[in-house]
Design a protein around this ligand. Structure first.
Ligand SMILES: Nc1ncnc2c1ncn2[C@@H]1O[C@H](COP(=O)(O)OP(=O)(O)OP(=O)(O)O)[C@@H](O)[C@H]1O
Length: 631
């Protein structure tokens, strides 16, 4: 049997075009050919298990090999094989017509990665690296004749009776001069490691050295020798394909190590497993995060039936869970289409909300069943939860019951618990519940202890997401306001309308104000004289909550377009406590110089407690204070 023919495609010269499109993604040819080999092997195994193939299955490995001298790469399988007719049908018609369609549709497309495969370009991608491709195949069907197909990449092909004696298919690529990088073992190993690591059929690529024990030496210590072993690329049975009931914690931890060899153990994980209305399996791990989350993105790998596709899972995984690690395997995600299409794809939307729901359920369950351990992990998971609450309404609805806030003494509360906890003492005259928080307890210590003296509770909200989070909580809770403990005087932060009367008359008040304005001498600070408790600080310097929060939100992205706040100079309010004995002392001081000195010293102390005193001002302050001690 010998037949020559013309492949029925309409576009002449399709190779240069395909090459141009696919240039950056040439390595994909190996993924495609190895996946085809794996598919063919799985098919014959299935036929055998159904009793439709009764021959001996034998060794079913897929083997990849490189012959540098001959400049060939071969991919060999013991799958179902193809008869000459099938080659004509599947390769000439399907694979090639797919290629034609590809070229016609995507003449002007940009990113080949997004489209390859969609049109059965799988086999065809061989021509990205090879000038000539051969297929040697023997079908599993009884009495089938071996078939050999050769194509030099033009539209001409040649098919003859082949010589293959064993069931399966070997694809031989005669590698182009400009693709010789693929004749290097390390390059092939690298590509296989990337795409084939978890394929369900063993893939062998050459041999590797392994150290094995070889008796003992004179001192009785074990001796080792190097032996050659088959180099098997993949773990054919990754745990995400198994049932959670058959797995132990150790299995999950070991698999995590396999994926990310140098990472700390994860906090916990979720095993995903659905088959309707879409098929999806996978394991998502919650890593230890702290605040260095930028480095951690793109750690989720997307697979389609155990073939690695990409680690860009945007759209499939909700944005707030992009920091998770692990694997998602779904044949139902359209992998090869454009981004905008992916966003509007029904399955992708469903998968996205399924993942959100699973994560919320898992967190809710941990919170209910193991509250103590959940609390101990809060510093790591808080970021996900807060991010999720801000960005996904559905997640918020569930998470509001297990989101925690932690106070400066390390005690955790749910939102509801906290509202109850502070209700009695921290409700202002307008019936708003006021949460007080510190963003840096060490720096804001004087404010925290002043709040504690009044019996107030102070939370710690110190992650970059917290200003967005508190904004969101205020909107959701409506009658709750969240204020940083140093944002104003406590009497104003929680205004209960029980402020003491100012003991100064108007003239004294103006005079005191003038003394401070002169001593401070800066437009950054606005001075007010107010009547606080004589036990309160004589002077406080604060930045209004609203302005500070806007600045913070802008610094971490977002903030509702209030760009002007970034450009605005810092602005602080200076509150002079007219009821403090110092006010009286200043007013009674005989010389203007003495008045100014006292005011300046009190103001600097206020700056110091805010961590705002630095540079020359700090040096001058220390000098002045030392002089006072010497007096
Ligand atoms: N190693 C093989 N053994 C048996 N049949 C094969 C082999 N390789 C390819 N085929 C046949 O050729 C067809 C075309 O292959 P090709 O890779 O172009 O597309 P596909 O695998 O169907 O789809 P895609 O790769 O785009 O997902 C396959 O569907 C299969 O029937």
């Amino acid at each position: 049997m010998q037949e020559k023919g013309t492949i029925s495609i309409h576009t002449e010269n399709i190779f240069p075009i395909i090459k141009k499109f696919l240039y950056s993604d040439h390595e994909i040819f190996l993924r495609e050919l190895v996946s085809n080999a794996v598919d063919a092997t799985q098919k014959v195994k299935r036929l055998a298990s159904l009793g439709e193939y009764t021959g001996d299955l034998g060794e079913t490995r897929v083997e990849v090999s490189v012959n540098k001298k001959k400049k060939t790469i071969t991919i060999s399988d013991a799958g179902i094989g193809m008869t000459a007719e099938e080659i004509k049908k599947y390769i000439n018609q399907i694979a090639f017509s797919g290629a034609t369609e590809f070229v016609e549709k995507f003449k002007d497309a940009g990113d080949a990665k997004e489209i390859i495969g969609k049109f059965g370009l799988g086999f065809y991608s061989a021509f990205m690296v090879a000038g000539k491709v051969e297929i040697d195949s023997l079908s599993y069907q009884e009495g089938a004749a071996p078939a050999k197909w050769i194509c030099d990449g033009s539209t001409e092909f040649e098919i003859t009776e082949g010589k293959r004696k064993t069931r399966g298919t070997t694809i031989t690529l005669h590698v182009n001069d400009d693709s010789e990088e693929f004749l290097e073992d390390f390059r092939i190993q690298q590509i296989l490691d990337k795409y084939a690591k978890f394929l369900p059929i063993e893939v062998k690529f050459g041999e590797k050295d392994e150290q094995v024990e070889d008796g003992t030496d004179k001192e009785g210590k074990p001796k080792y020798k190097t032996v050659k072993k088959d180099n098997i690329i993949n773990n054919t049975d990754p745990i995400w394909t198994k049932s959670p009931a058959d797995l132990t914690d150790e299995d999950y931890l070991n698999f995590y190590k396999e994926l990310y060899p140098f990472s700390e153990d994860p906090l916990f994980w979720i095993h995903l497993n659905v088959d309707y209305p879409f098929e999806l399996t996978g394991i998502l791990y919650f890593p230890k995060l702290k605040n260095d989350f930028e480095m951690q993105k793109n750690k989720i790998q997307l697979y389609s039936r155990q073939v690695f596709i990409t680690d860009e899972v945007k759209d499939v995984v909700p944005e707030f869970l992009m920091l998770l690690h692990g694997i998602i395997d779904s044949p139902d995600i359209p992998l090869n289409v454009s981004r905008s299409y992916l966003q509007s794809d029904g399955n992708v939307k469903k998968i996205n909300s399924y993942i959100t729901k699973k994560v919320a359920d898992k967190l809710g369950e941990l919170f209910k069943k193991e509250r103590e351990s959940y609390e101990s992990k809060w510093d790591d998971i808080g970021l996900f939860v807060k991010y999720g609450m801000i960005s996904e309404e559905k997640f918020y609805d569930k998470a509001k019951d297990f989101a925690l806030v932690k106070n400066v003494d390390g005690k955790c509360f749910t939102i509801e618990e906290y509202e109850k906890h502070i209700e009695a003492n921290q409700t202002d005259k307008d019936k708003n519940k006021i949460w007080l928080y510190a963003s840096n307890p060490a720096k804001q210590d004087s404010f925290i202890s002043a709040a504690k003296d009044k019996g107030y509770d102070v939370l710690v909200l110190d992650s970059p997401i917290d200003s967005h989070f508190v904004n969101h909580m205020e909107q959701q809770l409506k009658t709750t306001q969240v204020k940083r403990v140093d944002a104003d005087n406590l009497n104003k932060l929680i205004d209960k309308d029980e402020k003491p009367e100012l003991v100064l008359n108007d003239e004294q008040k103006e005079s005191l104000k003038g003394v401070f304005e002169k001593a401070i001498d800066s437009k950054t600070y606005t001075v007010n004289v107010d009547g606080l408790s004589p036990n309160d600080a004589p002077v406080t310097v604060t930045m209004p909550e609203f302005m500070r929060r806007m600045k913070e939100m802008q610094a971490t992205g977002g903030g509702g377009g209030f760009n002007m706040f970034g450009a605005m100079p810092d602005n602080y309010e200076v509150t002079v406590n007219g009821n403090h004995p110092l006010a009286d002392k200043i007013l009674k001081a005989d010389a203007e110089e003495a008045q100014g000195g006292l005011a300046k010293q009190a103001f600097d102390l206020a700056l110091l407690s805010q961590g705002l005193l630095e540079g020359k001002d700090l040096t001058d302050f220390i000098k002045r204070s030392t002089e006072i001690l010497g007096k």
